[in-house]
Structure formats: structure tokens, C-alpha cells
Unconditional design. Structure first.
Length: 211
């Protein structure tokens, strides 16, 4: 049985990112995979890469040696057959939790060797999910397309072949009337969510199934 690790790098349980990750995981499970779901915001204290270069030493080559809340997560990914990871877009990038894992996941297998830049011998398929308040029609102008392409290329090189699912113009809250957010039309937001989010869930399910 294939083992898939599904990781939520967003803080909001039950909302857009969480739902899409779980639907992708359901697709993988229905196709026969074993799923382990990890919520980065609930882990013990951890950081991004601390630049200790322990992963470059012969005895621990290719393995992050920083023993904090991400240590076991990195090991689980190392032994997995696939990875699903999702994050909302905060201030034109993925969350700090995503970045912490991303730095550790990629840097440990980056060799600084021209002949063999990556020492990961176990490349696995990856589904990268991003949700955003910004509509997808704005992705080119905001640089989100470039951001996603950069993450896709890096993950494909150092973790494994990566598919991207981006979901824009997401519903942020149930009751917009609580906030003085004059740039939004709450009714339009809700209508768009009702019309489209089900399609994104179906896309996530199919991507998970293909893992």
C-alpha cells in the first residue's frame, strides 16, 4: 500500500486550504493509499533552516539534523510515496509554516555539487495547493504565477514531480459584516464560492487519486 503524507500549512481548520488538502487526500485514499494528515500549526516548536550545514556532513548527508517539531515530519516525507501540501497565500507568499518546512525539505538534499546538485534518491510525486483571496485573473499581474512556477520547479527538482492547484477569490469569513472591509462585495464573494469551490474540490480529489 502506498503511503501519502498530507500537510496543511495553513492555520484555519475546516476552511479552504484544509478542505482542498483533505479532498486530495480522500482521492488518494479511495485509490488505495494510506494517508497521514499533518497540521503544521499544531506541531511542537520548530523553525526554518538554521544553516548549521549538518545535512552536508558525511555522517548525516542529505538529512536535516535539527531535532525539533519538523524532524519527524521530514522523516515521514522521506519514507512516503507521495506528498500533498497546501498553504494560503499571505502577503504574496506562502505561510511562514510552509516556508519553514520548505526550507528544511529542500536544503537537506541540495548538495552544492555541480555534477549532482540533488542527493535525493527517492523522488515522490507532489501536489502543491495554494489558496488566495486574490482572484486568479490577477495572478499574472501580482506575480502569483511566477511564485507558483518557482515553487513547482524547485519541488520537482528536489522532492519530486509536482502538480499545482491554485484556488483564488476564496471566501475568507462567514460574516463579512463584522469587518470594515470595503474593498469586498460579500454577496459576490459568497456567490462565487458557491458556484466554483465544488469544482476545485473535484480537481483536488482527482489529483489525489492520480498520486
Amino acid at each position: 500500500m502506498k503511503k501519502i503524507i498530507a500537510i496543511n500549512a495553513g492555520p484555519r481548520k475546516g476552511w479552504n486550504t484544509d478542505q482542498l488538502i483533505k479532498e486530495a487526500a480522500k482521492g488518494a485514499k479511495d485509490a488505495g493509499a494510506e494517508i497521514e494528515y499533518i497540521d503544521l500549526y499544531k506541531l511542537e516548536k520548530h523553525t526554518g533552516c538554521v544553516s548549521c550545514f549538518g545535512c552536508k556532513l558525511p555522517a548525516t548527508f542529505g538529512r536535516c539534523v535539527c531535532k525539533d517539531g519538523l524532524f519527524d515530519v521530514l522523516e515521514k516525507i522521506r519514507q512516503a510515496d507521495g506528498l500533498i501540501i497546501g498553504s494560503p497565500n499571505y502577503l504574496s507568499n506562502f505561510t511562514a509554516e510552509f516556508r519553514a518546512l520548505y526550507e528544511r525539505l529542500v536544503f537537506q538534499v541540495l548538495t552544492y555539487n555541480k555534477e549532482k546538485p540533488c542527493c535525493n534518491e527517492h523522488l515522490i510525486p507532489v501536489i502543491l495547493i495554494m489558496t488566495s483571496n486574490c482572484g486568479e485573473e490577477m495572478y499574472e499581474m501580482t506575480g502569483y504565477n511566477t511564485l507558483l512556477e518557482t515553487y513547482k520547479n524547485t519541488l520537482s527538482t528536489f522532492v519530486g514531480p509536482t502538480e499545482v492547484l491554485a484556488c483564488g477569490n476564496t471566501l475568507q469569513v462567514v460574516d463579512y459584516s463584522k469587518y470594515d472591509w470595503t474593498m469586498f462585495d460579500p454577496d459576490a464573494k459568497k456567490a462565487y464560492h458557491e458556484d466554483t469551490f465544488g469544482d476545485y474540490l473535484k480537481k483536488a480529489y482527482e489529483l489525489g487519486k492520480q498520486l
